[in-house]
Design a binder for this molecule. Structure first.
Ligand code: HEC
Ligand code: HEC
Length: 218
């Protein structure tokens, strides 16, 4: 009898662990995000002109992967450290948090308001309008470089690709991406083919790609 109970307990605990792994709770995600919002914004819109990247709408798998990289300190960042660790952010919270952030939709232009909307409803909509300011740089050169070197993975419109976990670049802050490219070039952060792509890239060329991407956002 004891043995049967033991086996039953085991099966039960395995199924609950399994259920926890796949259960996505957007309300829980929203709740956890209150901590992240201090830097990344209530709607994952980022802040401080790109010191804190946009998280809204990034691919779910990408967000999960990056949080794990921060937790394992394979991607090193001081401000993220107190938040991305097992005590503050257990692995079981990550799927719900990533799902919540990934489904937030920001628009780049202000939509037409419906007459019947209250001032509060309008305010909520306005808060989700997010547009990257045009970056200086040689747009035509940026377009050429982007199409030759980046488009294959980051997508024609710079918005990633359906079903891919490669991050979009259009709609992300210029200053943040410029820093990431410096980190790729120095080996501080991993990027596929970084040695070939970023090491010898002139600042002018990076700026040109940024000029192109900042217009792709519109
Ligand atoms: C104190 C400020 C701060 C807080 C709070 C914070 N972050 Fe961050 N986060 C940053 C900074 C700074 C970066 C950019 C790191 C870099 O330059 O590589 C970042 C980067 C990220 C990225 C990578 C985005 C990308 O496009 O690659 C993810 C994902 C992320 N944070 C998730 C979170 C989550 C989830 C929380 C809450 C649990 C959180 N962060 C809380 C400062 C913060
Ligand atoms: C072979 C596919 C591939 C190509 C080509 C490529 N990328 Fe990426 N890029 C990725 C992947 C995958 C990531 C996510 C890396 C990770 O997991 O940390 C990424 C991440 C980035 C990021 C960081 C985004 C963020 O939110 O933190 C930037 C910026 C970036 N790439 C710029 C570029 C630029 C500019 C080019 C062209 C010069 C380029 N990439 C070409 C696959 C590619």
């Amino acid at each position: 009898m004891f043995k049967i109970l033991l086996v039953l307990c085991l099966i039960l605990s395995i199924t609950t662990v399994y259920a926890e792994e796949i259960e996505i709770d957007l309300d829980l995600g929203e709740e956890i995000n209150e901590v992240c919002a201090g830097c990344h914004g209530e709607y994952g819109q980022g802040g401080k002109n790109g010191e804190y990247p946009r998280l809204a709408g990034l691919p779910e798998a990408y967000i999960k992967a990056q949080i794990h990289l921060f937790k394992e300190e394979k991607r090193k960042n001081m401000p993220m450290r107190p938040y991305a660790n097992d005590r503050e952010l257990p692995d079981s919270d990550i799927p719900s948090l990533a799902a919540f952030l990934s489904q937030i939709k920001l628009t780049s232009t202000m939509p037409e308001f419906d007459e019947s909307m209250s001032a509060y409803e309008k305010l909520l909509i306005a808060k989700k309008v997010f547009n990257i300011p045009k970056a200086e740089g040689d747009f035509e050169l940026g377009k050429e470089l982007y199409i030759d070197d980046c488009q294959l993975c980051h997508g024609k419109q710079g918005r990633g690709k359906e079903g891919s976990d490669t991050p979009p670049l259009a709609g992300q802050y210029t200053e943040y991406m410029t820093k990431q490219i410096q980190d790729f070039a120095s080996g501080e952060r991993w990027h596929e083919y970084a040695e070939d792509m970023f090491e010898d890239m002139e600042a002018e060329e990076i700026q040109a790609i940024m000029a192109y991407l900042s217009e792709m956002d519109d």
